[in-house]
Design a protein around this ligand. Structure first.
Ligand SMILES: *Cc1c(COP(=O)(O)O)cnc(C)c1O
Length: 449
């Protein structure tokens, strides 16, 4: 690498004096930082050989301006999810229903009665309304909400089983993602992990033996929500475990993970209603199959829930008012028989999806090579593993070029590349997304020679 290539780089003051930068309406500090970054990136590209000549002052200014504009925008942006993965954790899991989203925006910019009782004019309970909805929906005696389901598991074990041996199947010592591992969370809670059974087979008698030997004083069932063990397998059903727990008078706790309500289109998933009938406490996520905001929901026996709510840890893990507003809206949707968007997407009819893919492809076909392809969808977000949903996509070429163009578009559009085509799966598209995609593609076409 020759030093004279580096010396060809424009000087900082020359760069900042360029009209593109001097006359742009962005804050000076931001522009200066972007200019410094552009020069640094150019220097590294010259050193590594990625560039073979120094950029001109005009080129470097254009690059700095693009960086400055990107930094002036909020980092967290709306995107179009065209992956067909409904609860895509990288894309924010569940989209809120219009009712839930409106509830958030009404509360966000002003004051609200989060802890104020409008009937008595004095301090009120923070979550009474959400708890009442949860009890009605699940049939539980008691309910409470925390920041996410990982927090719910931590709270449940820390308050109800500290110092106790907790029997759990070796097949359920799972990692949920983001280094949330059941054995670690149990260690942190002060509960003692008592592994029973084997990876592929655990019988009811394995749990009974752990209780009889005095090793365990509580039972934990973790729904393996993000993987499926197939072949020579066996697990104790929640119903049998419930019977065992009642017989031996020990608590049964259940981390259900995705939290399917019976009213939803979630075939093969254990429902919250069933789990509540068997376990003392059941916890699940607010933003998986429930289709609401990030939250951890705990439902079960009133005496247990009261203990959870009076523990100092509960205060540390509490849900904020915006999520509370979104959760209330989501639960009202379920109550009114109008499941939120994620549930509707998961239950979408294959033929209807095909029609929607055909309609999208018809709009896009004048702009780029495009056809309709079958595209199996997934729940994602650690829900309904191994379940492939019949789905359809508009398939575009050139795949790589379009993938990048869409990702860098004003409202980024995220699809997936499959066999040389960019698939835009219609299952996860929301109202208005078709217009965003069409506008982006029209601009792409304009920019082509
Ligand atoms: C997803 C999941 C969690 C974590 O829930 P978050 O709401 O993401 O914190 C815990 N346990 C199980 C079984 C899960 O599937």
């Amino acid at each position: 690498m020759s030093e004279n290539k580096l010396s060809g780089l424009p000087k900082m003051d020359v760069l900042l004096a360029r009209p593109e930068l001097a006359e742009c309406a962005l804050p000076y500090a931001l522009v200066r930082r972007a200019a410094r970054q552009a020069l640094e990136e150019a220097r590294q590209a010259l050193r590594s050989g990625a560039l073979d000549r120094a950029p001109t002052a005009a080129e470097a200014a254009a690059w700095a301006l693009a960086l400055a504009r990107a930094q002036a925008r909020p980092g967290l942006r709306q995107v179009v999810n065209a992956t067909g993965i409904v609860l895509h954790t990288n894309l924010g899991r569940a989209p809120l229903s219009p009712r839930a989203a409106q509830a958030v925006s009404r509360i966000a910019g002003g004051y609200c009665n989060v802890e104020y009782d409008l009937r008595t004019g004095s301090r009120g309970g923070r979550t009474a309304r959400v708890e009442a909805l949860l009890k009605d929906l699940t049939g539980a005696e008691g309910a409470c909400v925390v920041n996410n389901n990982a927090a719910a598991v931590l709270l449940m074990l820390s308050v109800l089983t500290p110092g106790l041996g907790v029997a759990i199947s070796r097949g359920e010592l799972v990692e949920i993602g983001g280094s949330f591992r059941v054995p670690d969370i149990m260690a942190r809670s002060g509960a003692r992990l008592v592994e029973v059974g084997t990876t592929n087979k655990t019988r009811l008698s394995d749990y009974a033996a752990a209780l009889d030997a005095g090793a365990a004083q509580a039972l934990l069932k973790v729904h393996p929500s993000n993987f499926r063990v197939v072949g020579f397998t066996q697990a104790a059903e929640l119903e049998e475990l419930g019977e065992l727990a009642r017989q031996r008078r020990v608590p049964l706790l259940c981390d259900l993970g995705s939290g399917a309500l019976a009213a939803g289109p979630f075939s093969g998933e254990p429902t919250v209603e069933e789990a509540v009938r068997q376990a003392d406490v059941v916890c699940f996520s607010g933003d998986k199959l429930l289709g609401g905001p990030q939250a951890g929901i705990l439902v079960g026996r009133a005496a247990c829930l009261d203990r959870l709510k009076s523990d100092p840890l509960f205060r540390a893990l509490r849900l904020d008012k915006l999520s509370l507003a979104a959760l209330e809206g989501t639960l009202m949707d379920w109550r009114d028989g109008a499941p939120p968007p994620a549930a509707a997407m998961l239950g979408a009819d294959g033929d209807r999806l095909r029609e929607r893919a055909e309609a999208l492809a018809a709009r896009l076909a004048p702009l780029c090579p495009c056809e309709v392809m079958e595209s199996p969808g997934q729940a994602g977000g650690g829900s309904m593993p191994g379940v492939s949903l019949p789905g359809w996509a508009a398939a575009l070429t050139p795949a790589e070029e379009l993938e990048r163009f869409f990702r860098e578009w004003a409202t980024p559009i995220i699809g997936r590349i499959h066999r040389g085509r960019l698939l835009l799966d219609v299952r996860t598209l929301l109202p208005g997304d078709g217009d965003i995609i069409t506008a982006a593609l029209a601009r792409w076409k304009e920019g082509r020679p």
